[in-house]
Write a protein that binds this ligand. Structure first.
Ligand SMILES: NC(=O)c1ccc[n+]([C@@H]2O[C@H](COP(=O)([O-])OP(=O)(O)OC[C@H]3O[C@@H](n4cnc5c(N)ncnc54)[C@H](O)[C@@H]3O)[C@@H](O)[C@H]2O)c1
Ligand SMILES: C[C@@H](O)[C@H](N)C(=O)O
Length: 385
């Protein structure tokens, strides 16, 4: 059972433990695959994580080192790992100082992934069994500093794979819809297809996929990768093209108005944070023999700025959206898939998303209200009663 502090942290990060009546279908997509995914928020969103933890034999409980753990995705994953496998199961690492308000950060160490020896040292001293490599420069910031993106995204991956090989570690390195390009079929994009990305981020992620698969075939490294869509969470995003789908909620609650940098009809695949965490943990727990591939697509639902604004209006009828297009981000978004086919992940290791667009909207609004109440010194109510 989670401690009181851990429970409150899971609540803040979106892993609600209370039920909600929302049952809207994820209907905001052109994809026939995704139209079938009607859903309601599970009555106990932690149940699947608890079940997975209980099914893991004591001797197989992982000790996980997360690189780039202070970014958008790392903190939520670390919190869930501690909930499942215990306080000592996670080493959080990154290169910046922890802020006073980041109270969920524990067992934290400085680790620059460009220093291979330091990764070795952290792995050996921490008796690490699994590396989750989140350090990266995302699509928009990558375009602004190509040499740094090459170093962090390519040299970093090489270092991580070498360390994984040396110490026989399981290693997870996420990929992205950014690993596809304009020549890729954009609707229900399959796992195996044309990959000619036009950003340095995408190029470096194709490199990571291929190098990881090479280390698997050549050296037996247990490399695993998922191509994530844009991830929606109540945490600060790191400078990607899909960041608007987070900022829109903060703007809605602060000003009732969001200025969007993408065109109203720009459709992109997305996924809610807790589903993203679930995809990583269930994928890592899958038997190697059940994996027909080492890099899989996973997704939640797809929408346009117009459609997410309509979803927000179901909860905040006066919400307004206007548009000031950023040519660089628009060009990137126009080169990415509109929806992903993740049916092979569903078949091989029973991947399943629990959240659709309206459930995500409802949770994001509740979480940000709670955060704002805390900032004002009020004592916030439960996230969703
Ligand atoms: N967030 C998304 O929507 C999304 C979607 C698809 C894939 N991904 C992938 O998931 C991973 C995590 O994404 P995120 O959104 O948390 O990214 P983020 O930008 O929020 O965080 C990345 C972290 O890497 C750290 N970092 C940068 N240089 C480093 C270095 N030299 N050594 C160690 N750490 C360094 C940064 O300090 C930062 O905290 C990335 O690989 C990203 O490509 C994210
Ligand atoms: C899609 C993903 O890789 C990231 N959120 C980006 O926009 O760059």
């Amino acid at each position: 059972m989670a401690s009181k502090a851990l429970r409150s942290c899971l609540l803040r990060r979106g892993a609600q433990t209370t039920s909600t009546s929302s049952s809207a279908a994820a209907a905001s997509t052109t994809s026939s695959i995704q139209q079938q995914r009607g859903m309601a928020i599970p009555a106990d969103p932690l149940a699947r994580f608890r079940q997975l933890a209980n099914a893991t034999p004591v001797g197989e409980k992982p000790r996980v080192l997360i690189t780039g753990s202070l970014g958008q995705l790392g903190r939520g994953l670390a919190t869930m790992l501690r909930f499942m496998y215990g306080e000592d199961s996670v080493l959080m690492t990154d290169i910046r100082k922890v802020r006073a308000d980041e109270t969920d950060v524990c067992n934290y160490h400085f680790l620059d992934i460009l220093n291979e020896g330091a990764i070795d040292e952290a792995v050996v001293n921490g008796r690490v069994t699994t590396l989750i490599h989140f350090s990266a420069l995302l699509s928009a910031v990558g375009e602004q500093n190509v040499p740094l993106a090459l170093k962090v995204n390519c040299q970093g991956v090489q270092n991580i794979l070498e360390v994984a090989k040396r110490h026989s570690l399981k290693v997870f390195i996420p990929s992205t819809i950014g690993a596809f390009g304009p020549e890729t079929p954009r609707v229900d994009t399959p796992d195996i297809t044309v990959q000619r990305p036009k950003t340095i981020y995408g190029v470096s992620k194709v490199y990571a996929e291929l190098l990881g698969e090479y280390y698997h075939h050549r050296f037996g490294v247990d490399f695993r990768s998922l191509r994530f869509p844009g991830i929606i969470s109540a945490t600060k995003p790191g400078g990607g093209t899909t960041d608007y789908a987070i900022k829109i909620f903060y703007d809605a609650l602060k000003d009732g108005h969001h200025v969007c940098y993408l065109r109203p009809d720009t459709r992109l695949p997305m996924m809610y944070d807790t589903d993203c965490t679930a995809s990583v943990l269930f994928f890592l727990a899958a038997q190697s023999s059940s994996l027909s591939m080492r890099t899989y697509n996973v997704t939640g639902f797809s929408f346009t700025p117009e459609e997410i604004a309509a979803s927000i209006r179901k909860f905040m009828p006066d919400f307004r959206i206007t548009y000031e297009i950023c040519p660089m981000r628009q060009r990137i978004a126009d080169s990415w898939p509109q929806s992903l086919d993740d049916s092979i992940a569903r078949a091989d290791w029973a991947w399943k998303n629990d959240y659709g667009l309206d459930q995500t909207t409802e949770i994001m609004i509740a979480l940000i209200k709670r955060e704002m109440a805390r900032e004002k010194g009020e004592s916030p109510k439960a996230v969703i009663a």
